[in-house]
Design a protein around this ligand. Sequence first.
Ligand code: NAD
Length: 486
Amino acid sequence: MTTSTEVAKNYICGEWKEATTGETIKSKNPATGQLIGESQKSSAEDVDYAIKGAKTAFESTDWRLNSTRRADALMKWAMEISKNKDEIARLLTMENGKILKESIMELNACIDTLKYFSGLARNVFGRSISLSATSYGIIDKEPIGVVGIISPWNWPALLMIREAAPALAAGNAIILKPASLTPLVSIALVKCLAKIEEFPSGMVNIVTGPGKLIGDEIVTHPDVDVISFTGDTTTGKTLMKKAADKMKKLALELGGKSPNILFPDADLSKAIPTITNSIFITAGQMCFAGTRVIVHESIHKQVVERLKVEAEKIIVGNGLDDTTTMGPVVSQSQLNTVLQYCEIGKREANLVIGGNRLTGGEYDSGYFIQPTIFDQVPSDSKIIQEEIFGPVLAIQVFKDEKEAISLANGTRFGLAAGVWTKEIDRAIRVAKQVKAGTVWINTYNKNYPQTEFGGYKESGLGRTRGLEGLMEYTETKHINIEIENR
Ligand code: NAD
């Protein structure tokens, strides 16, 4: 495992290697500012070496053909993470800032995802079709080759495994590029697979370093066949343009501005705590965080009051402390961004609670922000239209169902939404009209490895998780057979 102040190395072609630059990047705890370890500041040369190794592993071993081997490898990886779960969870909290309970939740989701795709590794089914008396078609699903997986820092363990597991299950080789703010937890997960003999050397590689340099090399390298990117919509667009030159396949999981729509008959005793959790979990740094509440005018006042009471219960602090219910944001730059949006909110809407950095005592060493709620936010405000990625909730008010749907769809994003009503017809009617990849009815944040997830509009391309998530990492081939009739 990665321990404090350890200098973690890249894992390339089955070996732990230092970067050719001789330089490292420091990882600091966002709650305390303390150094927790270092990782390699890799060069394009290091990435090239890893990509070539992955290509050789893909072409020269039976990995792509041996589904039992892949199933066993993924299951053993799940077991190894399970054995080291508590230690990795602490590291995750120290590196990202999220509370320990959320770190455990994240690692449990990693284990569950690997187990699910271990099963699917043996089920990469195609189809067959009788085309005429003399013609028969096989629609085959094949692994593509080398997949570059670029992941963000907010749920760094799960978002890496969420893509690594289906890419490997389908028979591909992978290069992992974790976010520069959270490389140590990603490396700790790769350490868990290093001794599993079912993984051929070079099938899984991890290279750490600056996003643009390492990312660029992965995206433009001729031997990388698929780019799997989870991150900011703007970065996703940049990658798309760069990948266009070589027509690379892209799987993009991007940003969101997801609403919870509250109708007058909503069960508020369930809705209010669920919505509060949906925005303040991981200090609001979650792609499908419930960043907006769209509430009917008849219950508006009491919803605002009850959300305020719920937000007041949140205890902000170091995620390793048992009593803490919300940790810091991940970095100084994230803190600055969120505070800038708070200032916009103060000018354009009604501040209900929060809006400031927390200071004094231990707060001075970290990036702590008050849970923040703005009410009566105009639809064209930046705090409605832009992803803040911090603990900031914006409330909008509607008069009728049509307006609720229009407000819900009134941003460039379409990742997720919640609909709260006891009337089943209305629930389904609204769910069908909201342009989002996931719609929860009378609940929120329920995710499973077996259910597809992804974005409409600028929230992404393709789907992760589930059968479609597996198929993102395959090519489809029609093999046609001429049958001789006697
Ligand atoms: P980011 O786009 O800044 O970085 C994501 C990854 O891309 C990192 O590994 C980074 O080093 C790398 N990167 C940065 N610039 C690059 C470039 N020019 N070329 C290639 N790679 C580059 O995003 P972030 O700040 O780490 O993460 C937050 C964003 O991720 C939010 O927008 C959030 O909504 C989104 N996100 C989406 C999902 C989803 O499933 N849809 C999940 C989590 C986070």
